[in-house]
Write a protein that binds this ligand. Sequence first.
Ligand code: SF4
Length: 321
Amino acid sequence: MSEPLLEVKSLKKYFPVKKGLMGRTVGYVKAVDDINITLYPGETFGLVGESGSGKSTVGRTILRLHDKTAGEIRFQGKDLYALSPQELRQLRPKMQLIFQDPYSSLNPRIRVGDAIGEALLDHQLVPKEKIREVVTEVLTSCGLSAYHYDRFPHEFSGGQRQRIGIARALALNPELIIADEPVSALDVSIQAQIINLFKKLQLSRGLTYLFISHDLSVVEHLCDRIGVMYLGSMVEMGTRDDLFLRPLHPYTKALLSAVPIPIPKLKRERIVLKGDIPSPMNPPSGCKFHTRCPFAVERCSSEIPLFREVEQGHHVACHLV
Ligand code: SF4
């Protein structure tokens, strides 16, 4: 197997909770609590979980948009947190983020082509006279047209805006793309088009994706391996077949039970979880899922289950597995 492109080891990200006039720290929101992920070149890893599970914080901490609390993040073997600002700046184009709502990150007064070209100029990746040519090429590879270069963001539909978001990331010729809920705001038919675009670009450019989504059905179509997060912790991780054909953790089973199956005869029994996800500031003791787990036994509220490999490449954290 090739060398990993990205290694995330024992990553923790705690946000301090401050109170009072003096801004005293009264606690911590444990958004990410001891996460390990390894990504190999050319693969797509899906990170799923409900809102508040910490999956977006993982992506942002990898890109150093948040500072880590503990752990290690290596990209192409380099410790990202040991790099100087200059070294980090040189590495930045190789790791790009695609947002759920690209519109919010586009200046409404700047033409789309210029907005994409700005980053190229900023990183001195292309001479000024070549910008239009390079941006046009990347726009067309994302299913847009050359004339879109001179259009303003408000002139595009939701699906086209997401194509612009992808084009802007691709223009920098990245190796890793972290896509945070990139299709969640789109209609189902447009979602399929964007997912196909992600696949096509991966084949033609050898990209590696960390694909963050709350929607398992989206992840199913794109990802080689999937990690399921709950309240800052990874509860199950495996190949797409491990998770979709042999899910082991009760939380994964509950998420899967909500995914519609196209063949009515294979109807899954819906598992409805009690209540909402608890506060990450005060997570339940033992297994964090025990307050909502339909299979919880006595030890679940006091003993933290180990995240262990139960078959090759398939990891799960549950006392009953
Ligand atoms: Fe449920 Fe217990 Fe397993 Fe946690 S350890 S998922 S509470 S059965």
